[in-house]
Design a protein around this ligand. Structure first.
Ligand code: GMT
Length: 387
């Protein structure tokens, strides 16, 4: 029986990508929740995380400076990160280093610990988020190093059962992986109080609002979002709101023009405050293609706002959405099926309201921020007890 670790203040480092993607959002919210539980948190990133808008005496931010140099075709971010981790550990005596997204963060953490030698006073946790395993980490460019970095972590978590199983299938069933799902800030993401007034800012009276938010990478199939909307708007007055930006944007804009939808589609770009738009929409579309979303944080954010989701039944999304209860799941690429489901639910206000309320309840009960944060904290203390 492990010694019960006294509930004490920990000095925790968090490494993440500070950008639009869900892993950085999850890492930021976790860090803020850990601070609320009395811990000291040090963010170590190449920029201030997008959602880090609060300041607190126990919150620190350390920039990873990556020097470009003509000889380098690719500046070694992983080495700059490892060096910064060493400096922060030495100065702040970190006890825990929690890295989000295995590539290259889990390897940089290992390198930092090796560089510190006996001064390495910290344990490491790697949280797998999805494409670090199913796309990037699976590629021959990174596969061996990704497996090494995960295997050398003291603790490994995955954001869904699907992702834990996918990782063990790919890298070996002997890997111990704890499933700790994502959560969202339920205060920031909540149903609108004065919904109709807010809808007026987005659409004409009577128009239903469909919405999508992502980093517009190929896996998100944003073109399917446009095709689904194209079908829906033939049947009922509707508008499409697109949040985010990324490599597929030009393809999406060309498709909107080809389908003559420009006057019905609003491109908001990579806005930071999606929580000020989502509550005023009616239906969120997340038709990601194979391998699918490992979790689908954007879907959970929408559900927390009381907006149901139609998503592809791929990856970990079925662990977030209960088909027919708080959203709908269809086969990836089934544009006709998703459009039919969207048209049916948008044509029935009572059904839409029931789904939206169930979606909020799911976000509150299945993914409670306090409970999720406590699971990470328990893992930290378990690992520190082993020292
Ligand atoms: O692939 C991305 O969209 C980037 C990645 C990230 O870093 O945000 O998203 C992954 O992590 C999110 C947070 O855990 C999950 O909600 C997303 O489902 C996951 N994306 C994929 O698995 C495709």
């Amino acid at each position: 029986m492990a010694r019960a670790h006294p509930r004490r203040k920990l000095r925790i480092g968090i490494v993440c990508y500070p950008t639009f993607g869900g892993s950085g959002v999850v890492a930021t919210e976790l860090g803020l929740n850990l601070i609320r539980r009395g811990h000291e948190v040090h963010f170590i990133c190449y920029a201030v995380p997008l959602r880090l808008r609060e300041y607190h005496k126990n919150l620190y931010y350390h920039v990873v400076d990556v020097l470009p140099y003509p000889l380098f075709k690719f500046a070694p971010y992983d080495l700059a990160l490892a060096s910064t981790i060493v400096e922060v550990v030495r100065k702040h005596r970190l006890e825990m280093l929690h890295v989000h997204y295995a590539v290259p963060h889990s390897i940089s953490a290992y390198l930092a610990r090796e560089m510190l030698g006996a001064q390495a006073t910290f344990k490491t946790v790697t949280t797998l988020h999805g494409t670090d395993i199913t796309l990037v980490g699976a590629d021959k460019s990174y596969r061996v190093a990704t497996h090494f970095g995960i295997a050398r972590s003291d603790g490994v978590t995955a954001v869904s059962r699907y992702l834990a199983q996918a990782t063990q299938r790919r890298f070996g069933a002997d890997l111990a992986i704890r499933v700790i799902p994502n959560c969202v800030n339920l205060t920031r993401f909540r149903p609108a109080r004065r919904r109709l007034a807010g809808k007026r800012r987005l659409a004409q009276r009577g128009e239903k609002i469909l919405v999508h938010a992502s980093n517009f990478r190929a896996v998100k199939r944003v073109a399917d979002v446009v095709k689904i909307f194209h079908r829906v708007q033939h049947t009922l007055p509707a508008r499409l709101v697109l949040l985010g930006d990324g490599p597929e944007m030009s393809h999406v804009v060309a498709l909107v023009d080809k389908l003559r939808l420009r006057d019905r589609v609003t491109f908001f770009g990579p806005i930071e405050d999606v929580e000020n738009v989502l509550p005023y929409t009616d239906l969120f579309l997340l038709p990601s293609g194979k391998p699918g979303e490992s979790f689908g944080l954007a879907a959970l954010e929408s559900m927390a706002c009381g907006v149901p989701v139609i998503a592809s039944r791929e990856g970990g999304t079925p662990e977030v959405i209960d088909d027919g209860e708080n959203g709908y799941l269809c086969a990836a690429g089934d544009v006709a099926g998703m459009a039919a489901q969207a048209t049916a639910v948008l044509s029935s206000p009572a059904r839409l309201l029931r789904l939206g309320r169930a979606a909020r309840r799911k976000a509150e009960t299945a993914f409670p921020p306090e409970g999720i944060t406590a699971q990470y904290e328990a893992l930290y203390f378990e690992l520190l007890d082993r020292s």
